[in-house]
Design a protein around this ligand. Sequence first.
Ligand SMILES: Cc1ncc(COP(=O)(O)O)c(C=O)c1O
Length: 449
Amino acid sequence: VAAGGRLPSSRQLARELGIARRTIVLAFEELCAQGYCTSQTGQGTTIAEISSVQESALSPNTQSFPQWLELESSPALFDATPQPTTPIDIDFALGTTKLNDLPHKALSRALQNSLDHLKIDGTSFDLAGSHGHAKLIELICDRILPMRGIQADPSQVLITNGSQNAVSLISQLLAPYGGSISYGVPGYLSIPWQFTSQGITGIPCPVDRDGMQLIPEVNSARLHYVMPEHHFPTGVTLSPTRRAALLRLAEQQDALILEDDYDSEFYYDRHPLPALKSQDRGGRVIYLGTFSKILFNGVRLGYIVAHPELIRRLSNLHWLINRGSNLLSQLLVTELIESGNLERHLRRMRGVYRNRRDLMAQYLLRRFPQWQWQIPQGGMQFWIELPPDELAERVRECWSQRGIRLHSVNLHYPQSSLKSQHHLMIGFGAVSEAQIHQAFQRFDKLLQD
Ligand SMILES: Cc1ncc(COP(=O)(O)O)c(C=O)c1O
């Protein structure tokens, strides 16, 4: 029946179909409610004029994509190497932990308490406010930051949905002022990219054993992105001399320093140096902390420590864009800190990671004496330099044929760089000692065969 046509009466249709008239009446009412039909007393039910949506239009193959969007504007800041074809059962993943390593009992107790808290404390049920959950901010100031030598009060802290989210806010706040940002290469390039994609000029700086080099071009930068404790991916620590020079430079040039302190909680042979922020007399350092490594990446919770005026502006932006940070994650982490379980987990994991690191080091030394690396003093990965005749892709392929995944370092170099061809990273956060033994034994077997 075409639009405008009349449906048979409910009585007639019920008779034809041999079902209750009430069912037909309900079906007609539903059609009218959804706008497919109209009904007027005395005139029956008529088909409405609607622009029909073809079923096939919903299939992704036929959906049209705006032409002006066809060219991708962002660089490939993700691992574009093809997935291994052989099944992988040992993954030397980077910056992530094993599911089994998490304190499951403490986590479920904390989650239950968080839900109870939501019931009791109706004021915090909905959103935690733009700065974050007040109790969590207090605990960060009293218990977390002092471990890094930082003294801060709540007006200097903003809770974010992780460091990546923190940088997104900071870049949106600072980009309109223009200028340039210095950063180390190889490095964690997705952070400087957030600035350069918004028109800030990038100043890539080489990284040596003392951390990011302060090359002359750095003098003009308005912002310096550093990972002083463990530069990612090489793991080197910014030397005290360079730290002092950077702080001095920021003062002289009226610049800011973005300190990414993503995994300094994991140290093995010595305590980490105090954060750069702890020496920041002039309020030049924007400090980024995260719970992604202490707990797990998916918790999506981090914090910024900075000058109160910057925090005020970032907090306004955070409200405007994100309506603050995830409340349930905030309550969960608050519980974990308050109960002492976070600290206990951290102490345990330092031991676990140290053992894995030492085991890996023994194997690497024995099996691959030609590879060059320093024992990581902290963090969760080895940075390895291969001899000129060995290619990283070949090594990765060879391991992957034995069910072992090594991740590419391509993401941490500019696309044009050839250096990535001779470097490897091997994470030890997400593999058990048994898996490390297994991985290297597969090589022994290969040699014997
Ligand atoms: C060096 C570095 N900085 C920042 C981040 C982002 O941390 P988040 O998970 O808090 O966004 C990561 C995550 O792996 C990282 O490796």
